[in-house]
Ligand binder design. Sequence first.
Ligand code: FES
Length: 572
Amino acid sequence: MLRSDAWVVGDDEVALEHRVALRSAGVPVDERGGRPVVGIANSASELNPCNLPLRGLAESVRAGILAAGGLPVEFPVLSLGEDLMKPTAMLYRNLLAIEVEETLRSYPLDAVVLLANCDKTVPGALMGAASTGLPALVVTGGARPACRFRGERIGTGTALWRLWDEHRTGALDDDEWRELESRLSEGVGACNTMGTASTMAILAEVLGLAVPGTSTIPTGDPRAHDGARRAGARVAELARRQESPFAACGPASFANAVRVLNAIGGSTNAVLHLAALAGRLGVPFDLADVDRLGREVPLLADVEPSGSGLVHDLDAAGGVPALLGELADVLDPGAPLADGRTTGELCASAPEPVGTAIRPRERPVQAGGAFRVVRGSLAPEGAVLKRSSASPALLRHAGRAVVFRGYEDMRVRIDDPELDVDASSVLVLAGCGPVGGPGMPEWGMIPIPRKLLELGVRDMVRVTDARMSGTSYGTVYLHVAPEAAVGGPLALVRDGDLVEADADAGRLDLLVDPAELARRADAWRPALRPSRRGWTALYQAHVTQAPRGCDLDFLEPVPGEPTLVEPVVGRS
Ligand code: FES
């Protein structure tokens, strides 16, 4: 008996009404039931160009579901567009998760294909579906075309941040800046560097939640339609067998995801999303493992910002299957994949990488892990550094703090010629965490003060409770927990305090006399007045800190209790 049969099987007025509603929408159910109703949760939106390729892919998903004997039902879900949504799409990731979960719970759906692409849409959709435990796979929309500027191919995000710095120093004039704008507007799809979208698409494959070989296919490539059809057919098949990929997504899958995250030099945001998804599934996820497991894994994907290529190059080199083949000896071979194979089986038949975008193990882009997790008096519960895009000379550094309390404070003062800062200073941005942001915006790549840029300084140690884009780079300690808004030590730092960071030793400390710190803590009063209205009020009251993935505490599962509580199927 399928879940949807509870709605459509029967000869009473309730079942009749349900069949009429579905048939009116073009879904040909009959009173015997037995055909899986498969949702297509589509986050395509003109507010979010990264997700527009999903419109076309939905048709291919539909064809796959029908071919496998299922009944496709498409519905829209919240589109979280990283570029336009303020203060940050991350504030709404959990809202998308709730929307997906409650839609699946309340409608006659046996399974779902999640159409997502831009950064937060993939984790948000997966988190919501995970909480229902229904069969689900994600289909992503691919990376947008690369564009050219001044004769060079440039990737999304990373080049913009670099060119903005050139523009700030006058090295890039106003005409060139305007030309850059026209060059960047060259197509839809996700960022084509190793931003959060590409990172999460790749990790979905590794977790067994996306069809192998599909996550790096560029937007517009006909192979994407084949992948979408296969995903639709596979989900319909899983619905019939009542088998959910989430049930098989356990510690081995997450350990492999962390290893691959390091091998691709992925987005720091993925650490939060993995923690949140693992939390939904009741899988233990320790921040320290991101560092521990990563140190065994060399950075192999030569993709910006940690490398030099784009996601298209990674795809041409063989994509995730070729990458997994290269990593075979460090991966858990038993972790299941979305097509029914294990990771070990895929690795055994993986193609050899073509070209140089996937480096061989003996010639990695970098050795020894792309991430470091640090703790210490400034980050008692941890902070994350993307070592692979940091400056080696700054990995061990002590400097005087220059403190900004919030984004506006930073924007107003960062280029002030009177700012007391030099290249050895540590820039601290506090008050931008999950509660304080709210939603932990991507403000963490604090701009280098203009007067230092003009002297040639391109990186400094930065410390913040904010996040940064996966396309960003620099020696930035992110996700400091607990955050300043809830009284974490970041709230106590003052200009001139000595901050010491040692990435490889895993330390981030505030070198201030403990008695003085205790005095400051006693005097500290929250500056933030939480919102009293709507989603933001709910979010600020319940969001967890970064090591738990910034989920809402009431969405984490209660051990022993099912999360999919079936509704009463009667008159509405
Ligand atoms: Fe949407 Fe990068 S802004 S994927």
